[in-house]
Design a binder for this molecule. Structure first.
Ligand code: GLC
Ligand code: CA
Length: 553
């Protein structure tokens, strides 16, 4: 039995930061009012779900991933009332909202931590992770090598060492403490009550890890994931958890739960890294390997696929040689690289603003088995500013028009400057110009989103790799409720002739959904296709009577 209304199976998710999206009161910081006014733009693009990066009160030393109050809106972005107005406007347009759940750590300015460090007797002392002596592994396991010096720091006020997986201003919560677990559910319950459709769960493997000074290899408490899932779906049946867990494939089912009872969604980092390898090398075989390794998932679970996200492109799961090649092709300068493992640029500059490659990359991502997640600005080919430090270079404000500061703010001083160079500045790349131009990347993205929504086979179906006879060309076939889709992508800049066999009774013709070059197979369903450099095809198998042929279950 499968429930028809699992909305996330065929969603298109758009990720944005309220702070850098749209400012309406000229203080230089984006706000909920601005986001509300831009909802028509987002509805027009066709996205069905927004993922909001943290907007909670915070000193924002890590762009809001250092929370000081889980139950509020940072006044810079407006009031709780503005949030509710925004939620209402989003619902009006049929757009769902998921929000970041950042509970591996708090800010060191959070009242819990301030109280905890003030006394051993504090009610909150045990909400964090302490050690009287400097632990052995104090300078091991940093997430941000180069910018972060240790994972344990001495706190003079507490007169003990505290654990922080991330920056030293982000003390880890003691997630084994039952009170902390209760609080995490309370936070979820709060936002669910305000209408969100779920959470992107930050740093999940660390949330469920044992933490402490004498822990060698931490045991992970997967049972806690089930607790969270049960709570979530009891409170709001149609909500999801989208886990950030960059783990090895043999761990996937621990996170999804082999009885479909843990995380409904996870980002597919393995496929992401191999997808970039395919873009860099024009060899799709490792990508096929990654797809196969992550094939297994319970029936209601779903992968989320993406190209770039708010962080650096982490290439840590590739081999040394593969990683070196992606660096060479897409981020050769040391200033483009970060944390010894990744590239910090935006997608368009990584692909040299080559429109054919951009389309192919996005089309490929949109046809992977799962749900696509796109990032604000990518739809207008936004670039980066490498003069900004670490991940900031790719977090600049949205470029709306040719007005001052790209139309992001009427104020003098935006939170982060709007890119203003010749190649990727707001005069060259902005939403207003691209809305006017039928050939723009923005309008292309709108069309591909529209097509993706009309192909639920991709989000829901069973998939298989079809042989193409070429290491450069990926062909994926999806089957669902009596219909089939075939997606073909040539990752090489050279044209390639391929052969595909469509095994489908006598209905083997391929109808191109994006242009007029359909293909008739021979009597055995064998198609010979010539695909131009960076070419891509979305085909329906059989004909366009798929709506009539779709079965009910
Ligand atoms: C996640 C976020 C990243 C943040 C970190 C600490 O990895 O994606 O932006 O810095 O968690 O919360
Ligand atoms: Ca503002």
């Amino acid at each position: 039995m499968i429930i028809n209304d699992l909305w996330y199976k065929n969603a298109v998710i758009y990720c944005l930061n309220v702070e850098t999206f749209m400012d309406t009161n000229a203080d230089g910081s984006g706000d909920f009012e601005g986001l509300s006014r831009r909802l028509d733009y987002l509805a027009g693009l066709g996205v069905t779900c927004l993922w909001l990066l943290p907007f909670y009160p915070s000193p924002r030393r890590d762009d809001g991933y250092d929370v000081t109050d889980y139950y509020g809106v940072d006044p810079r972005y407006g009031t709780s009332g503005d949030f509710i107005e925004f939620m209402n406007q989003a619902r009006e347009r049929g757009i769902r909202v998921i929000v970041d759940l950042v509970v591996n750590h708090t800010s060191n300015q959070h009242p819990w931590f301030r109280d905890a460090r003030s006394s051993r007797k504090s009610k909150y002392r045990d909400w964090y992770v302490w050690s009287k002596k400097r632990p052995r592994g104090w300078n091991k396991g940093m997430v941000f090598p180069g910018s972060q010096k240790s994972t344990w720091s001495y706190d003079p006020e507490a007169r003990e060492w505290y654990f922080h997986r991330f920056y030293d201003f982000q003390p880890d919560l003691n997630t084994q403490n039952p009170e902390v677990r209760e609080e995490i559910k309370r936070i979820m319950g709060y936002w669910l009550e305000l209408g969100v459709s779920g959470f992107r769960v930050d740093a999940l493997p660390f949330v469920i890890s044992e933490k402490g000074p004498s822990i060698g290899k931490p045991v992970q408490d997967f049972a806690f994931l089930r607790e969270l899932r049960l709570f979530l779906q009891w409170r709001r049946g149609d909500s999801v958890l989208l886990a950030e867990a960059n783990v090895l494939p043999d761990q996937d089912l621990n996170y999804f739960g082999d009885r479909d009872d843990r995380m409904p969604m996870m980002f597919n980092f393995l496929v992401n890294q191999n997808l970039f390898y395919a873009l860099a090398s024009a060899d799709v075989r490792p990508l096929i390997g990654a797809l196969k390794k992550t094939r297994q998932r319970p029936i209601t679970a779903q992968w989320a696929h993406f190209l770039r996200n708010n962080d650096e492109l982490d290439l840590g799961r590739l081999t040394k040689e593969q990683r070196a090649l992606v660096f060479e092709k897409m981020g050769p300068e040391p200033s483009m690289q970060l944390y010894d493992r990744g590239i910090r640029r935006r997608l368009a500059p990584m692909l040299n603003f080559d429109r054919r490659r951009m389309e192919m990359a996005y089309s490929l991502m949109f046809t992977l088995p799962g749900t696509p997640v796109i990032r604000y600005g990518d739809e207008i080919e936004m670039g980066d500013d490498l003069r900004l430090k670490e991940r900031q270079c790719a977090r600049t404000p949205m470029q709306w028009s040719t007005e001052p500061h790209g139309g992001f703010t009427a104020g003098e001083k935006p939170v982060l400057h709007v890119i203003d160079d010749e190649v990727c500045g707001y005069r060259a790349l902005n939403a207003a110009d691209q809305l006017r131009d039928p050939q723009s990347f923005l309008n292309w993205t709108e069309r591909i989103i529209r097509m993706r929504k009309e192909c639920p086979e991709i989000g829901w179906g069973e998939w298989q790799i079809l042989r193409t006879g070429s290491a450069h060309v990926l062909a994926l076939r999806y089957d669902w409720r009596g219909n089939a889709i075939v997606a073909v992508h040539n990752t090489d800049d050279q044209p390639h002739s391929i052969t595909l066999t469509i095994d489908n009774a006598d209905r083997t013709s391929l109808v191109n959904l994006l242009s007029n070059d359909h293909s008739e197979g021979d009597g055995d369903g064998v198609h010979k296709l010539a695909i131009e450099g960076f070419g891509y095809r979305w085909y329906r198998v059989g004909g366009l009577d798929y709506i009539l042929r779709r079965s009910r279950s």
